[in-house]
Design a binder for this molecule. Structure first.
Ligand SMILES: Nc1ncnc2c1ncn2[C@@H]1O[C@H](COP(=O)(O)OP(=O)(O)OP(=O)(O)O)[C@@H](O)[C@H]1O
Length: 383
């Protein structure tokens, strides 16, 4: 599906109150390409982090909410966005409040002023995908970071995935605690292992449901394939491999792994097998990207390729062309790749927020793009 044929919601206004470096901001946006420029520490990432909160999870820094309240502010913070959809505008709000006893409220989320229990509800109105410098080490860093990245890709499609992963990890922890007892209650142990097994199989199946179509979509001729080649994400996990064909069989296998692994896991204090230990092997053509020592710019181009394919997948599955947040991406691409990126983003139909210290990075942006300068908690059009 061409994203332009579907719904392509656009953030038309961002209002921040006591969010990180912003005491108060009310920013109107008229376009689909938004570039934020300004010196290091100016607040560019803070602004796109605020927008990233309108997804399931904790946003693009994965920070604690308490950390987001402005230092020196009254306590708490509020972020809201006006999202212009195909027919109407909807106001999404999130934040934490300072309570009379001095503590902080739980996160409060609202859609058009009506409370919703979880940020997952925002997915009906807005999907958001992002690429940040934290992902620069994705190919060469720890397996846990690749798993989290994979789960984030799934989460943008299926807002329940976060709860599924947390429930699986909780079940494993309960089972591991039971194993600390030399004579654990057998029925209880089997019950909790069965629960962990079915949750683990569901996590694995959700990953595979995302990875297959992502690869298919990336393989299907992209104009930008020369600039942003496809990096194949091969999930290396036994349970995932089984779950791809049969989730019930994966749950059975996982149950068996837990049962057989009891002595070993008890000694280790953790479960040594299952989808929480899977890895993602990233290949570019016949090459293993980690072992191949691709340059920083080449790795960035591969990451952009993944994000573009993911944005297209989110658009085709959800019917909503996602908002794309690209933090400090442009600076790491050569001129040819920058031009290809801007053309690809323009064709995608998504709204895009980009950051970069140097306004010259955004020189090739198509007409209609808005470039802002960010400084000391203020955002003003450049020009
Ligand atoms: N809770 C907070 N309260 C007040 N200020 C904060 C808070 N959290 C972060 N900041 C400030 O925000 C600034 C960082 O902003 P941000 O990361 O958005 O910068 P940036 O413009 O993206 O810079 P760079 O180009 O270096 O990435 C820092 O000066 C930091 O002290």
């Amino acid at each position: 599906m061409n994203a332009r044929d579907g719904r392509a919601p656009r953030v038309a206004r961002v209002i921040l109150s006591d969010f990180r470096s912003y005491p108060a901001l009310d920013l109107a946006l008229s376009g689909r390409l938004v570039a934020l420029t300004g010196e290091n520490g100016a607040g560019k990432t803070n602004l796109i982090e605020a927008v990233s909160l309108f997804t399931a999870g904790r946003g693009l820094r994965r920070a604690d909410l308490a950390e987001m309240q402005r230092a020196g502010g009254a306590g708490g913070f509020a972020v809201s966005v006006a999202v212009q959809g195909a027919e109407d505008e909807v106001r999404l709000g999130t934040g934490i409040e300072r309570l009379p006893d001095g503590g902080l409220s739980p996160r409060r989320n609202r859609i058009d002023g009506v409370a919703v229990s979880s940020p997952a509800a925002f997915a009906d109105h807005l999907r958001v995908v992002w690429l940040t410098p934290a992902l620069d080490a994705l190919f060469t860093g720890a397996a846990g970071d690749r798993r989290r990245f994979l789960d984030r890709l799934v989460l943008a499609l299926d807002a329940r995935h976060g709860a599924r992963v947390s429930a699986y990890e909780r079940a494993l922890r309960s089972r591991n605690r039971l194993l600390e007892d030399p004579r654990p209650d057998r029925a209880w142990l089997e019950g909790i292992e069965a629960e962990a097994a079915s949750l683990g199989a569901a996590v694995a199946a959700a990953r595979m449901r995302m990875a297959g179509p992502l690869a298919d979509l990336a393989a299907g001729g992209r104009d930008d394939a020369a600039a942003f080649p496809w990096a194949d994400l091969a999930i290396e996990g036994e349970i995932e491999a089984i779950a791809a064909a049969d989730e019930a069989a994966a749950a059975e296998r996982m149950k068996q792994l837990l049962r057989d692994g009891r002595p070993r896991d008890a000694a280790a204090g953790r479960a040594l097998a299952g989808p929480h230990t899977s890895d993602v092997k990233v290949r570019h053509g016949p090459k293993d990207v980690a072992a191949d020592r691709a340059s920083t710019g080449e790795q960035k181009a591969l990451l952009v390729g993944i994000v573009l394919a993911h944005a297209r997948l989110v658009a085709s599955v959800s019917g909503l062309a996602p908002l794309v947040l690209l933090d400090e991406v442009a600076a790491h691409l050569d001129r040819r790749r920058r031009a290809a990126l801007y053309a690809a983003l323009d064709a995608l139909g998504s709204q895009v927020f980009m950051t970069g210290a140097d306004p010259a990075l955004f020189g090739e942006l198509p007409g209609g793009a808005e470039i802002f300068s960010v400084a000391s908690g203020k955002v003003a059009p450049l020009g």
